[in-house]
Write a protein that binds this ligand. Structure first.
Ligand SMILES: [Zn+2]
Length: 449
């Protein structure tokens, strides 16, 4: 049992309940036993007491879009658009193997945990023929770090010779991609309430995937009862590609192929017209908002205010570390706030809405809102105690404002299912320097070969 007391608590429940001085009690079953104002009651049995003075407890952050392998190719194509950046990187990614992906995932997930993330998805869509079991490698990395993990088995089957963007050697055969996706679900997907590992089906994007793979992937996911994810409406170039090839917008294309629904969440959703936003809201289709990546690639600013007003589930994502070298989910709270305000003025988003996107919004995207995303009795104890009594946050009395408006806060304690994964700004199960060393080694290998 873990009892955190003398601490501000933002539960992010449906009413937005907060306690300026409260407590959270975590049971031995890894679930929240109590959350409320003042001190915790008396409990029997072995207990660990945590004094949270000066801090804030929130639900753990949920990362809804990422490509962990990209940790091995950070800092390249620094001044390109998405299509230029992809064209530079595809040939390097064509040499990926399980060793590279495992080490990159270790670094990426370790860094995410240190940034306040307790659940992450990963969208992996590059499967070189002789690259080994790259999905197993990243799942092993997530187990090591201790995060709840939702890898999405991606795929590409539309190469340059067929009018797509990727070169021929990084795409898969359509039927092989579908079979491998189904095999990944059968092998890894855990449908249980407290699952640490769930698989999603995730063809990459309209310009790298055929219509047949998109529609058959949707059929597969629904037959298996797993979620669907893809990139959509990220850039003007993609919009032009869809208009030219399919004669419609990306969202119309998605709807035509059965890709709108409450079991789908889409990465980016930057270039959406009013009708598209209405369709996303009406169908319950989620959006992984990645404001730092959109800024890094100059893709544009998503219409987050309008999405929220249309009841679209919106989560936050750091996106791959090669298109957003910061990759810090805690920092993404402020980036989301700032991006919304650059578009729509200071009333466009507040600190609590940003925190809700980073927690409950993400849980909704991943289909886990009954289990994670808020601090409520009986839910899984995925939570973060943020340290806010340091120089960077001093004097901002509103603790949620301090977290979101202030600099990225250090994680004093992060729990996943009640198990500590970060303590006093350090990983519990891995050494950050060792993760960095391994990631550097594979990045060198990848770029040399
Ligand atoms: Zn992406």
């Amino acid at each position: 049992m873990i009892i955190i007391e003398n601490v501000a608590v933002a539960t992010v429940d449906a009413d937005g309940t907060e306690y300026a001085d409260g407590h959270v009690v975590v049971g031995d079953d890894g679930r929240i036993l109590a959350v409320g104002p003042g001190h915790a009651g008396r409990y029997q049995g072995k207990q660990r007491h945590v004094d949270g003075t000066g801090g804030l407890v929130t639900p753990g952050l949920v990362n809804t879009h990422h490509h962990l392998y990209q940790w091995a190719t950070r800092g390249l194509a620094l001044n390109d658009t998405l299509f230029g950046w992809l064209t530079t990187l595809y040939p390097i990614w064509g040499r990926l193997d399980a060793e590279v992906v495992g080490a990159a995932a270790g670094a990426g997930l370790g860094w995410l945990a240190l940034s306040g993330c307790t659940t992450s998805m990963d969208h992996h869509y590059v499967f070189p023929r002789d690259g080994g079991d790259v999905l197993a490698a990243e799942i092993e990395a997530a187990r090591l770090i201790g995060l709840r993990f939702h890898p999405a088995r991606g795929s590409m089957d539309l190469s340059r010779k067929d009018g797509g963007l990727p070169p021929d050697n990084v795409v898969e055969d359509t039927d092989e991609a579908l079979a491998a996706t189904e095999a990944a679900i059968d092998r890894w997907h855990d449908p249980s309430d407290d699952a640490m590992l769930q698989i999603a089906v995730a063809p990459c994007s309209p310009f790298s995937v055929t219509e047949r793979l998109m529609s058959e992937a949707a059929t597969l996911a629904r037959r298996k009862g797993v979620r669907l994810h893809t990139h959509l409406a990220e850039t003007d170039d993609e919009e032009a590609f869809c208009q030219e090839r399919f004669g419609c917008t990306p969202v119309e294309y998605a709807e035509r192929l059965g890709w709108l629904g409450d079991d789908v969440w889409l990465a980016h959703g930057v270039h959406l017209d009013d009708k598209a936003i209405e369709r996303l809201g009406a169908t319950g289709t989620g959006v992984a908002h990645c404001p730092s990546s959109n800024a890094r690639l100059g893709a544009g600013m998503a219409r987050v205010r309008e999405l929220l007003d249309h009841r679209v589930p919106v989560g936050l994502g750091v996106d791959g570390a090669a298109s957003q070298e910061v990759s810090h989910l805690g920092a993404e709270l402020r980036q989301a706030l700032y991006t919304a305000r650059l578009r729509g003025g200071p009333g466009a988003l507040d600190a609590r809405e940003a925190l809700r996107m980073g927690t409950m919004g993400g849980a909704r995207c991943l289909g886990r809102s009954d289990q994670i995303g808020s601090l409520e009795r009986g839910k899984l104890a995925d939570l973060v105690l943020w340290k806010l009594d340091d120089l960077g946050h001093d004097g901002i009395d509103d603790r949620v404002a301090a977290l979101v408006f202030g600099p990225p806060a250090e994680v004093e304690l992060a729990l996943v299912g009640g198990r500590p994964v970060v303590e006093r700004g350090s990983l519990v199960h891995a050494d950050a320097r060792e993760l960095a060393r391994e990631a550097r080694r594979v990045a060198r290998k990848l770029r040399k070969t």
